[in-house]
Design a protein around this ligand. Sequence first.
Ligand SMILES: [Zn+2]
Length: 215
Amino acid sequence: MGANRHMSVDSRGRYTPEVDGAAVSGSEGPAGSRNPNPIPARRGSLMQEPVLVLNATYEPINVTAVRRAMVLMLKGVAQAEEMHNAEVHSAAHAHKVPSVIRLLAYRHIPQQSRALSRKNILLRDRNTCQFCVRVFPSSELTLDHVVPRSRGGRSSWENLVACCYRCNNSKGDRTPEEAGLKLARRPRPFTLHTSRQLMRLIGHRDERWRKYLFY
Ligand SMILES: [Zn+2]
């Protein structure tokens, strides 16, 4: 009974901080992008707005949510570089909401810092089936071993791709060549370059991110 659907536990509900913010999963929808005011009215969603995180050197390194960014600021780990035109109110204070924060101490970012996970593979492949090149919600995608495991294919960045169930079924236990399928592009590890592209995608609505990302 619905065995396939068990694979989809982490649909959009689990999207939290990190580079995968709402813009990638498209939960704002095209209607939202027309809104002249990028700050949603409800406080709950404001706390989930994406915040660009810069290293001490101003290099963009991550995207987090307003809530987490404000915790980093309160702890003295980061300071705000750009602000939203919005405030959140606690019992005693009104707090300005950051749009870009910068870490006060330099953090070394390992070249290959992203965990190999279903979430990150879907993120790298932008929720696009790598065979039919159509975009799907996370719940309708699975991971495909390009070289099947039964042929010694490994679970690695280079051998795992996002794949819709239909393509996955038609490929079966074969290589793409054998199944007459073609990969949209060669799968690569999730690099800082990939991350930066995603940051641009997420940040394109927010002018305040531009000077840190478009150089
Ligand atoms: Zn497909």
